[in-house]
Design a protein. Structure first.
Lengths: 190, 247
């Protein structure tokens, strides 16, 4: 902002808030998830365009897991829409790895957490996405206990692919109550 | 005479039905947020969140509506994400609706412009993560704030930008079409300027430039003759040489 020679005087307020606020603050996340400290999980994160508005929120959650020691290096993969033939090791959906190789890398980790809107963000229903997701969930059911964290609240899952995916996996809204339920559920099953 | 660049914008009837569908799907809170965000022609998830916090805190709007707006037909995501263009006609409709919202005064767009100015001025390190990539969007936001807060300076700087774009100056990182679009998006708040001759110059020259860019220069003479006689304007030499034979 260097073009002007004189600054503009604020007329309406003395200042404005320029620090964004997450739906759940990082402090709250740490407080709620503290019981998971040291407990190892693997993460699969949806980086398709519809999760883009939630990027800061999801990234903060990932950081929280890392700070709690839940997430070792190489145990987080990214996907586009549904985990299919390839996952990605970089969050920009680069450095692909075959899904079998990725699953082999996390075979010793019991708890697998998926972070995705499952189609709820755009309120779309795609049968292919549903089918691909169900096939994936069925393929990992024996080796892993699977949890699905959805940044879209439950009241917006209706008539989207998320509503039907939720019948095949424990899908939890990423709000405080949901995160508390996730923490207590994952503790009980471990 | 409508600015020619508007021809590539969406049809208003389609946009209105999209906006109605948005309000019906997500409710009045989401609609209120969308109206506020529409002051900005380019927007990020962070800016939507900050507009919610600064102007709609009392309504306790569910944060999901920030995503609902960004993922709606009113916004178009750009390639590297985290930056969205607000569809121009959606923006116009929502801006009109903003003035009609209950308990919202005519000052609200100016307040949001002032917030935008404060945000751009006060967070240079944050801005540097996104704006070197999205230089045009940065200029759009800068000029949006300036158009509302100081339209006189805005018209002068946009005139400078346009001439620089036409001259193909190596320092100018905004294309001719970019400046045409920028002016069209901000023509309403800019009309408050005292420098009305400069405004008319910008209006006519960006209009003609858009026609030249789209290779649709027939009928220019008739169009210019049809302008009210009290409108004074000068056609820039670089543009004149493209259309002289049509006048």
């Amino acid at each position: 902002m260097n073009q002007r020679s004189r600054p503009i005087k604020l007329r309406f307020r003395d200042s404005y808030i320029t620090t964004p606020r997450l739906p759940i603050s990082k402090d709250w996340m740490i407080r709620v998830l503290n019981s998971l400290k040291g407990q190892k999980i693997a993460l699969l994160v949806d980086r398709e365009g519809s999760t883009d508005p939630f990027k800061s929120f999801i990234d903060t959650l990932i950081e929280t897991f890392q700070e709690l020691g839940c997430l070792d290096s190489g145990k987080i993969y990214y996907f586009d829409n549904a985990p299919c033939r390839y996952l990605f090791t970089k969050s920009g959906l680069t450095k692909p790895i075959h899904i079998d190789q990725a699953l082999n890398n996390i075979k010793n980790i019991q708890d697998l957490v998926i972070i995705s809107d499952a189609g709820a963000a755009r309120r779309n229903y795609y049968s292919k996405r549903l089918l691909d997701t169900i096939l994936f969930l069925d393929s990992i059911r024996e080796a892993h206990k699977c949890y699905w964290l959805n940044p879209v609240p439950g009241f917006q899952w209706k008539y989207s692919t998320a509503e039907d995916i939720a019948k095949h996996v424990d899908m939890i809204s990423l709000d405080i109550a949901g995160l508390e339920r996730f923490a207590s559920t994952i503790n009980v099953s471990s | 005479m409508d600015l020619y660049i508007r021809k590539v914008w969406s049809r208003p009837d389609i946009v209105v039905s999209q906006i109605i569908r948005f309000e019906r799907s997500f409710g009045p809170d989401a609609f209120r947020l969308a109206c506020h965000c529409s002051v900005l022609p380019a927007i990020t998830p962070e800016l939507v969140n900050l507009i919610n916090i600064n102007f709609l805190g009392g309504y306790n709007i569910n944060p999901i509506h920030e995503a609902n707006f960004l993922l709606s037909d009113a916004c178009r995501p750009l390639f590297l994400h985290q930056m969205y263009m607000v569809e121009p006609i959606s923006r116009e409709v929502l801006l009109e609706e903003l003035q009609d919202l209950p308990k919202i005064s005519w000052k609200r767009p100016f307040e949001i412009a002032e917030f935008l100015w404060y945000y751009l001025e006060s967070s240079p390190h944050k801005n540097s993560e996104i704006f070197p990539v999205y230089w045009y969007q940065y200029k759009l936001l800068y000029f949006t704030a300036l158009a509302y807060l100081d339209p006189n300076t805005a018209v002068l700087e946009i005139e400078e930008l346009l001439k620089s774009a036409i001259d193909n100056s190596s320092n100018c990182r905004v294309s001719e079409q970019g400046v045409c679009e920028l002016f069209a998006l901000l023509s309403d708040p800019l009309f408050a300027t005292n420098l009305i001759d400069t405004y008319h110059d910008l209006y006519i020259n960006t209009h003609l430039l858009a026609r030249i860019e789209m290779e649709e220069t027939d009928g220019i003479a008739k169009e210019l003759k049809g302008l009210p006689s009290d409108i004074k304007y000068t056609i820039y030499p670089e543009i004149l040489k493209h259309i002289e034979h049509k006048l």
